[in-house]
Design a protein around this ligand. Structure first.
Ligand code: PGA
Length: 249
């Protein structure tokens, strides 16, 4: 059975106090529930240690890491630093980082390696732009984002990753991929991993959907065979909404 995961991506929202309040609101709900879903909070670097220390009801993720191990890289945060906060996950390849910070596949491949070296689990994001989809290139774009960044990994390394499919045109726009569009791409992504690493690995791989996922559409999207959960931006900033999504399986 694949692990079901709902991960929040707070992005650059909530100061530390506000983040603690949000985490506590969520903890209150999680305490009284027995759902078999791994809940992850993707919080700003400044919040990692505190949010990790207040509960074991969820895991904590960074939203990025440096492509360098250590040294004179002012303002950067290394995987070792992230690991030392107690965080378990790192979100990599988010389209906002690819677009606004010009991260390319070769930067991302280095970051993936550093995360694995420091026992951090990567949530690797891939997804096409609207023009990729309109020109019919969406499968090719996603395939190369996966091949270029992940295919140098051994099967053992690869089995530790989580994939998030996030069509860029659906992120923060209110437009969601239909559940059929999500299923189509998720099945395609799983087939890429089957070809490279075999059925056992691909069947065990959790593939999350992200992009305007909210309480009103999560159930439909999560009902699809190859959708194993979600990476949630806007709706993760409200404990009620996020908890409803966690319960949408
Ligand atoms: P959204 O963001 O849910 O606000 O669309 C998703 C994401 O960027 O991970």
């Amino acid at each position: 059975m694949r692990k079901k995961i709902v991960a929040g991506n707070w992005k650059m929202n909530k100061n530390l106090n506000e983040g603690i309040i949000l985490a506590n609101e969520l903890i209150e709900k999680l305490i009284s529930s027995s759902i078999d879903v791994e809940v992850i909070l993707g919080v700003p670097f400044t919040h990692l240690e505190k949010i990790t220390s207040i509960s074991k009801k969820y895991s904590v993720s960074a939203q990025n890491c440096s492509a360098q191990e250590s040294g004179a890289f002012t303002g950067e945060i290394s995987t070792k630093m992230i690991q030392s906060t107690g965080a378990k996950y790192v979100i990599l390849g988010h389209s906002e980082r690819r677009i606004f910070h010009k991260e390319n596949n070769s930067d991302l491949a280095k970051k993936v390696d550093l995360c694995l070296m420091d026992d951090l689990i990567v949530i690797y994001c891939c997804g096409e732009t609207l023009s990729d989809r309109e020109s019919g290139n969406h499968f090719m774009v996603v395939k190369s984002q996966i091949e270029d960044v992940l295919f140098h990994l051994s099967g053992e390394q690869m089995s530790k990753l989580v994939i998030a499919y996030e069509p860029v045109w659906a992120i923060g726009t209110g437009v969601t991929a239909s559940s059929d569009q999500a299923q189509e791409m998720h099945a395609f992504i799983r087939s890429i991993f089957t070809q490279k690493y075999g059925l056992e690995l691909s069947r065990g791989l959790s593939i999350l959907y992200g992009g305007s996922c909210k309480p009103s559409n999560a159930q439909d999207i999560f009902s699809k065979e190859d959708v194993d959960g979600g990476l949630i931006g806007g709706a993760s900033l409200n404990a009620n909404d996020f908890y409803q999504i966690i319960n949408a399986f």
